[in-house]
Ligand binder design. Structure first.
Ligand code: DC
Length: 242
């Protein structure tokens, strides 16, 4: 057996179970409709880590602003909301100030509201501080737009998921969590492009790939294969942390 000929130290590393080692911070960034949620949730479940969907926090603040009649142009007032809001993010549930908004934040209206809220730098500061608290101890898979660049620039592993705009629009249009099928593909594609442009060109933490993030292009790649590639990156990183 080849493994028996390895020096003992290497043999020990090779056969140590991959589920040991320090709990990592895994950052998954990318544009809308790229499948971040599916990938982040699966990886978190497999590792027994916490999954944090930071987009849901921007969405929840957008929902609360609408609910309380706070105009998005009033940055001070939206910041005050983000400051005082209590978030409960257990599993896939999103609760803000006691309102369970898990479903309510997945509408085209809240898509737009979240994108407007995400442009406000002072709101971002508040939410980034909360996201850092949530991930501080490690053992977290955090998804968003600025996790590897701003929230955790020293994350143990950074993955940037991308896909062509056409493919992302197709996925979003058929996603039941986003009311799939209700809007035409062309309408979804137009909305996605508008949000993409806002996310990529805004002054505050625009969507960019961190220089040290692994790029996974998922265009034309089935989800099982995307997960296989991401798992390989995670396993490589975990072996290094043993
Ligand atoms: O991922 P999502 O579609 O739920 O995100 C909603 C909006 O929030 C979208 O415009 C991108 C923005 N966002 C952000 O700017 N930074 C994050 N970390 C997460 C989301």
């Amino acid at each position: 057996m080849a493994a028996c000929r390895l020096p003992p130290s290497r043999a020990r590393i090779q056969y140590r179970p991959v589920n040991e080692g320090k709990p990592l911070i895994i950052a998954i960034d990318g544009p809308s409709g790229v499948g971040k949620g599916t990938v982040a949730r699966a990886v978190a479940r497999e590792l027994g880590y916490r999954h944090v969907d930071t987009g849901a926090m921007y969405r929840a603040v957008g929902w609360l602003a609408l609910h309380e009649g706070v105009p998005f142009e009033d940055e001070a007032a939206v910041t005050a909301l983000a400051d005082r809001a209590r978030f409960d993010l257990e599993g896939d549930r999103v609760v803000i100030d006691g309102h369970d908004v898990t479903q309510a934040i997945r509408t085209p209206e809240i898509d737009r509201a979240a994108t407007m809220v995400a442009r406000l730098s002072r709101v971002r500061e508040r939410l980034v501080a909360r996201q850092r608290e949530l991930g501080a101890g490690g053992g977290v898979v955090m998804e968003g737009r600025d996790i590897g660049t701003v929230v955790f620039p020293d994350a143990d592993l950074k993955i940037f998921l991308d896909a062509s705009p056409e493919e992302r629009a197709r996925r979003r249009a058929s996603d039941p969590a986003h009311g799939g099928g209700a809007a035409s593909l062309a309408a979804v594609a137009r909305q996605l492009e508008a949000r993409d442009t806002s996310d990529r060109t805004r002054a505050a933490s625009p969507l960019v790939r961190a220089h040290d993030a692994a790029l996974v292009d998922t265009t034309g790649v089935p989800i099982e294969e995307v997960l296989r590639r991401v798992r390989a990156l995670v396993d490589q990183r975990r072996l290094r942390s043993l």
